[in-house]
Design a binder for this molecule. Structure first.
Ligand code: HEC
Length: 132
C-alpha cells in the first residue's frame, strides 16, 4: 500500500517524461521531413503553380505595380506592346509565363530571377492573366 502510493507519482512523472520525449521526437521527425522536402524543392514558382493560380484583385494590383516598374518600358504601360509583344490574350500557360519571367528569353528579354522572388513573379503572372 505504502509502496504503491510512493511509486504512483513516480510512475506518473515517468509517463509524462516518456510522453514529452516521444512528442518531441515525433515533432523533430516531422520538422526534419519538412526540411528535407524543402531542400529538394522545385523552384518556388513551380510549387505555387502546382497548387493552382490564386488570382485576387489585390494580387493583380500588386502585379501591375511590378509590371510598371520592370516590364512596361518594353511591353508598354498598358501591356499593349512596344519593343516587346502585346501581352493581352497570351496563349501560354501560367508556368510558361513564370519561366519566361524567371529565365528571360535570350537576346530578347532579360531574366528576372535575381530581381524578383516567387511572390513577385506570382503577382506578375496573375497580372498578365488578368489582361485577357
Ligand atoms: C528588354 C525588354 C523586355 C523587358 C524588360 C521585358 N520583356 Fe517580356 N518580352 C520581350 C520580348 C522582346 C519578348 C518577345 C520575345 C520573342 O517573341 O521571342 C517578350 C516576351 C514576353 C512574354 C511571352 C509572350 C508570348 O506570347 O509568348 C511574356 C509573358 C513576357 N515577355 C512578360 C514579361 C514580364 C512580366 C516582364 C517584366 C517582369 C517582361 N516581360 C519584361 C521584351 C521584354
Amino acid at each position: 500500500m505504502k509502496i504503491s502510493a510512493a511509486i504512483k507519482p513516480l510512475g506518473c512523472a515517468a509517463l509524462a517524461a516518456v510522453v514529452a520525449l516521444t512528442s518531441a521526437f515525433t515533432l523533430g521527425a516531422v520538422l526534419r521531413r519538412e526540411a528535407t522536402r524543402d531542400s529538394r524543392q522545385q523552384p518556388e514558382v513551380e510549387r505555387w503553380l502546382d497548387s493552382g493560380t490564386p488570382t485576387s484583385a489585390a494580387l493583380v494590383a500588386h502585379g501591375r505595380t511590378l509590371f510598371l516598374d520592370s516590364c512596361a518600358h518594353c511591353h508598354g504601360a498598358d501591356a499593349r506592346g512596344d519593343e516587346g509583344p502585346d501581352l493581352h490574350d497570351v496563349q501560354v500557360s501560367d508556368r510558361y509565363i513564370g519561366n519566361i519571367i524567371t529565365h528571360g528569353i535570350p537576346h530578347e528579354m532579360p531574366s528576372f530571377s535575381k530581381k524578383l522572388g516567387a511572390p513577385e513573379i506570382t503577382a506578375l503572372i496573375a497580372y498578365v492573366r488578368s489582361l485577357k
